[in-house]
Design a protein around this ligand. Structure first.
Ligand SMILES: [Zn+2]
Length: 338
């Protein structure tokens, strides 16, 4: 696939309507103006960054996928909730447990907090159905199967929706919009502990989708997508980070908007399910950042101990980055245009 990002088509009028929906639920979605970007980290304590660090982090040259590695989807080890917002739009949120916490413990804590639409992590995944309230008809992605992608799980990596719905045609993805490859802008609003910039450059190595970093505000490029990354003290919530995707109202598996929230809470606290420890070293911050960004791009969990998408936050450098299966699967997801 051509890696040059040639402007393709003006965004359809429908995009404007989608944007209104996105704004209404507080997610950042597709930009609607073509203003020049001006990454502006002033006053943040974070270093300025080039929008795209392709010199330092060029696209990976990945081998063709090994057909033997398309595997059976596995149920995720963290907790997912599907809910309908007041405006009728549906969002799906992945919650990531704090270090040492099991998915079942987090599930119990979220349930007590009144989070609705929770899926019990012990429940089996569905297969090929319209799980999580999939509502759109004809909203599949048969192009993936045509490209030889026979499963939403590759090696130890799998896609976001894979644990819920194993149908390869039911996987969430960003649209190409303006460009040859989807253009994702991670808009950083986090404190200095969260290395969003460095993690974005690593994800940007993925062929087929470009990840850009900007501090503070979405550049609003026409046909490009912004993902807000915030951190705040969410207290003893039971989760380290959570990523929310909003399916498009016109094609359920197109992502209309996404947001990432990271929990600044530090230390331990007592919960009904026992003592929960949020304390992290730099590897823990890095893994959690990389992990949630992976979810925002369309990735689910990786069962290997060399991936940031491992379901639990660990404290070791081996978990700081995606592994080869993550890169391969994500690049395969975006090997076709949407
Ligand atoms: Zn996760």
């Amino acid at each position: 696939m051509n890696r040059f990002h040639l402007p393709r088509l003006a965004p359809p009028a429908a995009l404007g309507a989608a944007m209104l929906t996105v704004a209404a639920v507080g997610l950042i979605g597709t930009g609607t103006s073509a203003a020049d970007p001006a990454p502006s980290p002033a006053g943040t304590g974070k270093a300025a960054a080039p929008a795209t660090d392709l010199t330092q982090h060029p696209k990976l040259s990945l081998p063709a996928p090994d057909p033997a590695k398309w595997g059976t989807p596995q149920r995720g080890a963290d907790v997912m909730a599907s809910s309908v917002r007041a405006d009728g739009s549906r969002v799906i949120t992945f919650y990531t447990p704090v270090p040492g916490e099991s998915a079942s413990t987090l599930y119990q804590l979220l349930k007590k907090q009144g989070v609705t639409g929770l899926q019990d992590p012990a429940a089996p995944a569905t297969s090929g159905s319209t799980a999580s309230g999939s509502t759109a008809s004809g909203s599949t992605t048969p192009a993936l199967a045509a490209a030889g992608i026979t499963s939403c799980r590759y090696g130890t990596a799998q896609l976001y929706n894979c644990a819920t719905d194993s149908n390869v045609a039911h996987q969430f993805h960003w649209t190409n919009g303006c460009c040859t490859d989807p253009q994702i802008w991670f808009v950083d609003h986090t404190g200095s502990s969260w290395p969003v910039n460095a993690s974005t450059s690593v994800w940007n190595q993925t062929p087929g989708i470009d990840s850009h970093y900007v501090y503070g505000s979405c550049p609003n490029y026409s046909g490009q997508h912004c993902v807000g990354v915030t951190s705040a003290n969410y207290g003893c919530s039971g989760w380290e980070g959570r990523t929310t995707l909003q399916p498009s109202s016109t094609n359920y598996y197109n992502i209309a908007g996404a947001s990432i929230e990271l929990n600044d809470y530090n230390g331990t606290c007592a919960t009904s399910a026992g003592t929960v420890n949020y304390a992290k070293n730099s590897s823990g911050y890095r893994q959690a950042t990389c992990h949630e960004q992976g979810h925002a791009l369309g990735m689910g969990h990786n069962s290997a101990t060399d991936s940031c998408l491992y379901a639990a936050t660990m404290m070791a450098s081996s978990y700081e980055q995606p592994d080869t299966d993550d890169f391969t699967l994500l690049s395969q997801l975006y090997s076709v245009a949407y």
